[in-house]
Ligand binder design. Sequence first.
Ligand SMILES: Cc1ncc(COP(=O)(O)O)c(C=O)c1O
Length: 399
Amino acid sequence: MAIAHSVLDFQSYSSDALTLDQVQLIESSVAQFGAPLLLLDCDAIRQQYRALQQALPSVTLHFALKPLPHPAVVRTLMAEGACFDLATTGEVELVQQQGVEPERTIHTHPIKRDSDIRDALAYGTRVFVVDNLNELEKFRRYSDDVELLVRLSFRNSEAFADLSKKFGCNAEQAMAIISMAKEWNIHIKGLSFHVGSQTTNPQKYVDAIGACASLMQQVVEAGLPALSTLDIGGGFPVRYNTDVMSIEQFCQPINAALNELPDTVKVLAEPGRFIVAPAMTSVASIMGSAEREGQIWYYLDDGIYGSFSGLIFDDAKYPLHTLKQDGEQYASVLSGPTCDSIDVIAENILLPKLENGDLVIAKMMGAYTSATATDFNFFKRAHTVVLNEDAVSEERLIG
Ligand SMILES: Cc1ncc(COP(=O)(O)O)c(C=O)c1O
């Protein structure tokens, strides 16, 4: 088959090659559980958490559950001494079931039903986020029990998800919320922001921290109670198919900006993606193939309605691998199993000739993948296999 010019080299989708140990682990897991699978490596969770904690030594990390709300992730991070960022009653229930102490949690959804607030309070969470007066008013009846953060908006069109489009207020609106809270006897503990998921430029944090420092000063000058907390959100980047700064390098200017804050200000963060993205590897198998318009189509048992949902809901491009590497390369398409034509994982990639049952591996699949998967067409979601939960093993799966 002739290879068109526009065809990408498959290797350009792959980061580091799979080691022999990784291949053996993948093959034995499929032999035991079948495909599709998600291999969740708790060692990778530990390493990511420790790396971020080391890079941000003065910051209390609250893992944001949403990218991978899995009990093994919660247990692994709990053992590391992490705190948790919750956004829904389902997330409250998950941490509660795993025995997380409520003092280690914050609830950061800026828009909540009264039942969401009551469920979190019943568990014991005390810190909540607001970004408007309507939301503040919901806390009047709970004023003795809560401490609030006011979320500010800092737009970021370069991020995978510009969360400040949907949430957060400006400095003037924040002042109005803080003043009203004083009138209503509600304790405003501090400020929060999220500069956008997969933010690759640390200056976004630096600018936001500077703006929050000015606002904290303004609060004091207005005779309002001083704020004691700054929550710098999530957004820390990981390497998919393009390089990003090392986390140490990325956090250097952030630490410098945090050092300018008054000593009385305690700093929190809500990392999600950074902690879990490298920790999960997906394994799909080929159900069938066909030649269409000059390319070989491979139909996998996992796709964008399943573990690859991030291709739609997130902007991630996952590094892909096949176990078979040798032989002539053909222009190919990797498609998901459902009847929908948008269910395509990758097009115009060069692959050796693959057979039914051959495996396709995707790395960096821990964040916003299984969390947003569906059961469309009744294709079962990938089974998650938890690795290295109890002991720190010598060899990590995800290299
Ligand atoms: C309030 C809040 N905190 C934390 C996160 C986690 O962000 P990330 O996965 O980019 O670190 C999100 C993501 O949507 C969020 O909305």
